[in-house]
Design a protein around this ligand. Structure first.
Ligand code: URA
Length: 258
């Protein structure tokens, strides 16, 4: 193969990462049926063990059991961000460019919980900055609220802080291991109400999916009133659902104005 200079090689690698490549594949094919049993690691009977690739090679660890005390130990949002940055048991972290923690004004009466960063969010390290995010901003600005609006602020985070490769759906074990951080995030930001955007945030905070049934009905999550709403990415694909979203936004406005 023709050799390439450093900058070209780096640009090619960046391009592959942009496309979602997250694995290196060797030049020679490997027949995994012929590999000895040693590749199959023993699993602990209880829980869902996670095989780490850290210095303690192949040690089995339980990500949920480690996430809970790490999240609970944080007493400020900055400590929580640091605890999440230090949490190494979620494989998504390895493929992400940036961790996406939050945007908006902490302490705002409305906290929005989305799904996970997409390409733009991963690039910039901020939630909801792509096409869905622009619609989200328009929706909240229509009820006089915004992430930079000091007199009527919103605060935004996601169920998962790292982008899943190629924007695939979150896996249940990823949601489970990041949930203690999400719950602590809500506790520390302490909003009056939560807006649960889309199915995956419902899965994390309500333990169920089915957003078109759940939307528009107040429920309780993380010890406070919570309103499931259709995700703005869904509204972009399904403009006829915007009418219901408007009704939901008016309910959010009424809940924080009262
Ligand atoms: N969708 C989400 O749920 N969150 C983001 O940050 C971006 C898109």
């Amino acid at each position: 193969m023709e050799s390439v200079d450093f900058h070209t090689a780096k640009a090619l690698l960046d391009w592959q990462i942009e496309l979602g490549v997250d694995e290196c594949i060797g030049d020679v094919p490997v027949n995994r049926y012929e590999l000895p049993d040693k590749l199959a690691k023993p699993q602990r009977a209880e829980a869902k063990p996670h095989l780490t690739r850290g210095p303690v090679a192949e040690e089995q660890r339980d990500p949920v059991a480690e996430a809970a005390p790490a999240a609970q130990a944080a007493t400020t949002l900055e400590e929580l961000r640091a605890a999440m940055e230090a949490f190494d048991l979620c494989d998504l972290k390895r493929g992400a460019r940036n961790m996406v923690f939050s945007d908006g004004i902490a302490g705002a009466p409305v906290m929005i919980v989305g799904e996970a960063p997409g390409r733009e969010e991963d690039r910039l390290g901020l939630p909801f900055v792509g096409a869905a995010g622009q619609l989200l901003d328009k929706m909240f600005s229509a009820i006089g609220m915004g992430r930079t609006q000091a007199d009527a602020p919103i605060y935004i985070t996601n169920t998962l802080p790292w982008r899943p490769p190629q924007n695939r759906d979150p896996k249940p074990e990823e949601i489970a291991m990041m949930k203690p951080f999400l719950l602590r995030h809500i506790e520390l930001a302490d909003p009056k109400v939560l807006v649960i955007m889309g199915n995956w945030a419902c899965a994390a905070l309500l333990g169920k999916r089915g957003i078109t049934r759940l939307r528009g009905a107040w429920t309780q999550a993380a010890d406070r009133p919570a309103l499931p709403m259709c995700h703005p990415a869904y509204l972009l694909r399904t403009p006829e659902a915007k009418r219901d979203a408007w009704a939901d936004l008016l309910m959010v406005k009424a809940a924080v104005s009262g």
